[in-house]
Ligand binder design. Structure first.
Ligand code: SF4
Length: 319
């Protein structure tokens, strides 16, 4: 269990309305059950309401994304009260002061906080395509492309929720590694811990990351920056049932010679049942962890794949 991180160590940025603060235009909030009741047990939140921070009152007139020619601004529906520059400036400021964040949860659909697919309107008030990004969120994401970001609505999807939390913990481990002083040995060890994790997301990325680490012509700083970009991009790919099953088979192969015939059969049946959608991922993983206790293998025990985040989050029970 090398991948446990203390709650006090792990800070996630979040739209203030999602954690119950009554900061919305109508003085309401938008509490997220997952954020407030489950994830909050394991992470520390740092909440931001950009609209209030730039001086808008509570309650206030609604604002929206308005597209005129090729320019998108954030203002009231009648075009008054343009706060685009203020939101962007605040986003830049927050981004520069929050390099310690390991993730960000944005409030969906907001012209300030929306991460994607925010409604855009014409100056006449007609709804155009939902392709906008909140002015504040855009600055946060642009300033740190590695930061795992998600929206409250998407977190209701079990796979997206699992994917986001796994990325947050992986990124936190990386931040700790860098803070401890990066060496080639530490980088290689980190990669070996994430071997099966990357495999379950993106096999091509896994091979490329391995090649990158083996390339002696790349200086350490460049190698590290290319590595973490490649890793975070790979982890963003949602791991499918098929890829998980293949990864489980690889793990099985790694220590199957230590299992007797009955144990091998039992594990194969669990992996196949998972592959066919009959049982959730936690079932074969529990069996693997059980066998691993009986037949300790340090290399496997160190794999982030087997313990990517606190078990209590129960993220592998749903699919
Ligand atoms: S979505 Fe963002 S700007 Fe709007 S109320 Fe929530 S935190 Fe404030």
């Amino acid at each position: 269990m090398i991948h446990v991180v203390d709650k006090k160590e792990l800070t996630i940025g979040i739209s203030a309305c999602l954690v119950g603060e009554k900061v919305r235009f109508d003085a309401s909030n938008k509490p997220s059950t997952f954020c407030m009741n489950e994830l909050s047990e394991h992470v520390t939140y740092q909440s931001f309401c950009p609209e209030v921070a730039i001086g808008l009152p509570i309650p206030r007139k609604t604002i929206r994304l308005i597209k005129k020619d090729d320019m998108i601004t954030v203002s009231q529906p009648d075009g008054n009260g343009d706060v685009t520059d203020a939101l962007k400036a605040y986003g830049k400021k927050v981004a520069s002061l929050t390099k310690h964040l390991s993730g960000y949860i944005f409030c969906a659909k907001s012209p300030s906080c929306g991460m994607e697919r925010v409604k855009v309107y014409s100056p006449e008030g007609n709804s155009l395509a939902s392709t906008g990004v909140g002015a504040f969120a855009q600055e946060i994401m642009a300033a740190n492309p590695l930061l795992p970001c998600e929206e409250n609505g998407r977190l209701n999807d079990a796979r997206i929720r699992e994917n986001f939390v796994a990325r947050v913990y992986a990124y936190k481990h990386w931040q700790k590694l860098v803070a401890s002083g990066l060496t080639l040995h530490k980088l290689t060890t980190f990669h070996s811990h994430y071997k099966y994790t990357v495999m379950s997301h993106d096999l091509i990325a896994y091979k490329k990351l391995g090649q990158l680490l083996a390339n002696n012509d790349v200086a350490l700083d460049d190698k590290a920056s290319q590595y973490i970009s490649g890793l975070m991009a790979a982890l963003k790919v949602i791991a499918t049932r098929k890829k998980h099953a293949n990864t489980l088979s690889h793990i099985q192969g790694y220590f199957s010679k230590h299992l007797n015939q009955i144990e091998r059969k039992e594990l194969s049946e669990q992996i196949n049942a998972y592959r066919e959608g009959l049982i959730p991922l936690i079932a074969p993983l529990t069996l693997i962890n059980h066998y691993l206790l009986q037949h300790p293998k340090q290399y496997l025990a160190n794999q982030a794949y087997l313990s990517p985040y606190p078990e209590q989050l129960r993220l592998r029970y749903a699919y």
